[in-house]
Every structure is written in C-alpha cells, then in structure tokens.
Design a protein around this ligand. Structure first.
Ligand code: PLP
Ligand code: SF4
Length: 315
C-alpha cells in the first residue's frame, strides 16, 4: 500500500499512455488518485481506454455539476445509531469500519462520505454496544474497505461481533483481495477460519481483466477458509457496459469460485455522471446475458433507492 501510485504522471508513465490520447485530466485534492502497483500491472500497456485504467483515472469532467448527481446519493449520513452503523434493511446492519480503501474508484458512491465523523475509528466499543441493542441476524462490514484494518484490529472486531447474541451470519464487502491479493495472508485466513458463524465475502470486480493468478489464489484460500464468495459490480459506461464483457466477467468469476450477485446501476454521486448507463441499455444487456448464461451466473441488476426496504430490481 505504501507503494500505491498517487499521481497521474506516474500512472501514465507506468502504462505508457500519453496525456494527449486522453480527455482532460485532473489532480483532485479530495479523493485523489490512488492505485497500487499490483492493480496497475493488470492494465494493458499503451491502451488509453483500458477498463482498469478508466476506473481509477481522475478526469476533468468529474468537476462538472450534473443535475441529480449529489454528494450523498443514498442519504446515508445523519440519523446514525452509533459510530459507523447504518441500518436500513431488516435483519442486516452495515458497519462502516474505516474510510480507507486500497484503491480510489472514480465512481464510488461514498467518495464524498464524511468518514472522519461516521466511521468506526477508535469508537469500536461504542459501536459494539450500540449493535447489541439492534435486532439483526447479519452484520456487514463495509467501508471504505474493512480489510484495510490490521489483522489485530479485525480480530478485536470479530471477537466483539461474535458476542452479539443474535448474530447468525457475518459478511465482508471488500475489494482488497482483488486489488492487493497479498492481503489474503495466513494470519487473516486463520482469523476467518475461527469465526463461529457462516462468513460471506462479497468482492467487487467490474471486468474479467481484474482477475489474474494471484487473485485466483487468494480466492481459493478464502474458500478453503469456509467463506461463501459473491461479487457485486457496477455497470459503467466505457468499462463494462456490453453483454459480452459482462458474460466474460461472470464466467471468469465463477472460474475462481465467485458467484455473480449484484450488478449495480450507478449511484448518482457527484463526479461520476460520465459513467452512467441508461436503464434501457442496461435492460438490453441483461436480456442478452440471460440468453447466454445459466441463470445462476446472471447477476441481479439493481439500484439503491433511499428509503426502500431492499435494493430495487431495475425493471
Ligand atoms: C446494500 C446494503 C445492504 C446489503 O443488502 P443485501 O441485499 O443484503 O446485499 C445492507 N445495508 C445497507 C445499508 C446497504 O446499503
Ligand atoms: S473500493 Fe469500494 S468503497 Fe473503496 S473507493 Fe472503490 S468503490 Fe469506493
């Protein structure tokens, strides 16, 4: 992580892409460029429209105001039950464990999230106490990326969570095993093996090119540790908004033991409007997917609408 690339020039030099072959770029001070070498190495050289490069490259158009694209599209802030706790759906409670991520995805719906006020941070005991008063079967560790926490901090968190009387399932939403596969180390695997409740790991992969041998190895280890592996991706213009690309992704995921779960319609977060795919086009892609893949490889196309009791199927 210390070697993560943080300037546009460094990144473009590594992938041998010339600025003149790209739209105008920006070096934003808030939510800056951040991508580790392990992910850069999976980008194709001299390819300005590489689907991995475009997920992390900050474009000038991000600063344009676009109607409907706002800082907090899911209205997640305010009314918290305790530090880092978001409880919107029955039976499962989401815990914002940290604001830190191994990569900055330009379309991230929490890119403007006030983590300093809302993440777990030092307040783990307060969060655990608040969680004990809620009625839920499942805790979802989210962020940021929960695997940004050290193994010792995760161990403390797991111990606290597993004392919750009603906990039946634990879930981790993470992109770490994809971006930095080495994060799946022996100490982490041992922690996961010791969990007394079933564990689901929901990865975030948007393109088959993100998957290489080291990602596959980490996923094998996570499965051996007993985790159920699901994936959620985001439908992104210019990156994966084609049926053939989505079909390749679904097959590549299943090859390494991951079942496609959700395909998200982009949340309208300020700075991400250029990734938008309209619902008609999304439906066309889904129809083609259903016609070419077994049902269990077709992710559910959903959108999150604030105030609803679950993710909403795009129909
Ligand atoms: C998406 C989300 C969940 C998980 O929803 P599932 O349909 O169970 O995957 C839970 N809590 C919040 C706040 C969410 O945004
Ligand atoms: S890994 Fe997830 S939380 Fe982190 S920047 Fe990417 S989309 Fe956002």
């Amino acid at each position: 992580m210390r070697q993560a690339i943080s300037t546009v020039d460094e990144l473009l030099a590594l992938v041998a892409v010339d600025r003149r072959d790209l739209p105008r770029l920006e070096e934003p001070s808030a939510f800056p460029l951040r991508v580790p070498l392990s992910f850069v190495q999976r980008m194709r050289i001299a390819t300005p429209d590489d689907p991995l490069l475009l997920q992390v490259l900050p474009l000038g158009v991000e600063t344009n105001a676009v109607d409907g694209f706002v800082a907090d599209p899911l209205r997640e802030t305010g009314g918290d039950l305790g530090p880092g706790i978001i409880s919107k759906y029955r039976g499962r409670t989401l815990l914002i464990t940290t604001g830190a991520c191994p990569v900055h995805c330009r379309y991230c719906f929490r890119r403007h999230f006030p983590y300093s006020e809302s993440a777990l941070r030092g307040a783990m005991d307060a969060s655990l106490a608040a969680l004990a008063t809620l009625d839920h079967d499942e805790i979802i560790l989210s962020g940021g990326d929960p695997l940004s926490l050290s193994n010792s901090r995760l161990e403390r968190l797991f111990e606290g969570l597993c004392r919750l009387p009603r906990l039946r399932r634990l879930r981790i939403h993470t992109r770490f095993p994809i971006i930095v596969p080495q994060r799946v180390d022996q100490a982490l695997l041992e922690l996961l093996c010791r969990l007394p409740v079933p564990l689901t790991i929901v990865t975030h992969v948007n393109h088959a090119q993100e998957i290489d041998a080291s990602v596959a190895g980490g996923m094998r280890d996570l499965r051996d540790a007993g985790a159920t592996l699901l994936n959620q991706g985001v439908l992104l213009a210019g990156i994966n908004a084609m049926a053939s690309t989505q079909a390749e992704l679904a097959e590549a995921l299943f090859d390494i033991g991951i079942v496609p779960y959700y395909l998200h319609q982009l949340d309208p977060v300020a700075g991400a409007a250029h990734f938008r795919v309209d619902d008609d086009q999304a439906q066309t892609i889904m129809a083609e997917l259903r016609a070419s893949l077994p049902g269990y490889l077709v992710p559910r196309l959903v959108r999150e609408i604030p105030g609803e009791t679950a993710k909403t199927a795009v129909a």
